[in-house]
Design a protein around this ligand. Sequence first.
Ligand SMILES: NC(=O)c1ccc[n+]([C@@H]2O[C@H](COP(=O)([O-])OP(=O)(O)OC[C@H]3O[C@@H](n4cnc5c(N)ncnc54)[C@H](OP(=O)(O)O)[C@@H]3O)[C@@H](O)[C@H]2O)c1
Length: 220
Amino acid sequence: MMEVLFDRVPGEPAGGYGGNPRWDGLAVNFVESLDGVTALPDAPGESGAIVSGGSKADKFVMGLLRACADAVLIGAGTLRAAPNDLWTADAINPDAKDLYRRIGKLQPPLYVVSGSGNVPQPKQPALILTGKMTAQQIVDRVRADGHRRILCEGGPGLFSELAAAGLVDEIFLTLSPRLYGRFPADGRKALTDLRDLRGMPLELRSLRREGSHLFLRYRR
Ligand SMILES: NC(=O)c1ccc[n+]([C@@H]2O[C@H](COP(=O)([O-])OP(=O)(O)OC[C@H]3O[C@@H](n4cnc5c(N)ncnc54)[C@H](OP(=O)(O)O)[C@@H]3O)[C@@H](O)[C@H]2O)c1
């Protein structure tokens, strides 16, 4: 069970989250180390699971947000890093499957964007949008299928494009009690990448704790 330290989000609680996880528009979900690392190029698979240290609470939140989403959106870099992963609520945390089913969708549709088209076939049904698009075109394309509540699960490249275009409404961020360090050109990535976000201001909406992990939720 997560400890609720601060919560300004009105609405019905959902499961062990202790508050309403639903958002309006487009949200992103990431885990980063205390020194801001989200992606490790030499990771054997998805960096998030390594950065989180396999946190069960982080997996719970990932599943919860997927269950609340009408659709999940990822960049090709995230799929290339973990071609065998599934971006579904029940796959990330089977223990909470019944709760997720009550809340929403166990397997929201997955959208992958790739300018190059150089992506492996995901292990789940997915719509792969190929060719360079603007951030607005990406969101419009997902919305055209009737999806309002979109969950972007990264990576930093796609998130930064969406944020720079002013399209990110909420940020769910798990702060993992780990330090990695950085070297010039080491390939490690921060939460954002290759975009000047000019000190974009954010408002804290809620803060939860489980052990030494913090679960932050911000609104733009
Ligand atoms: N810590 C976390 O919570 C977390 C979450 C997610 C991912 N990650 C990690 O982050 C790393 C991947 O992140 P990343 O920044 O390298 O990649 P990414 O953001 O997942 O994907 C970037 C790619 O998406 C495609 N793309 C982005 N914007 C596009 C646009 N406007 N139009 C068309 N295609 C577009 C391009 O694909 P093409 O190259 O095919 O053109 C681009 O290279 C992995 O190591 C992953 O494990 C960590």
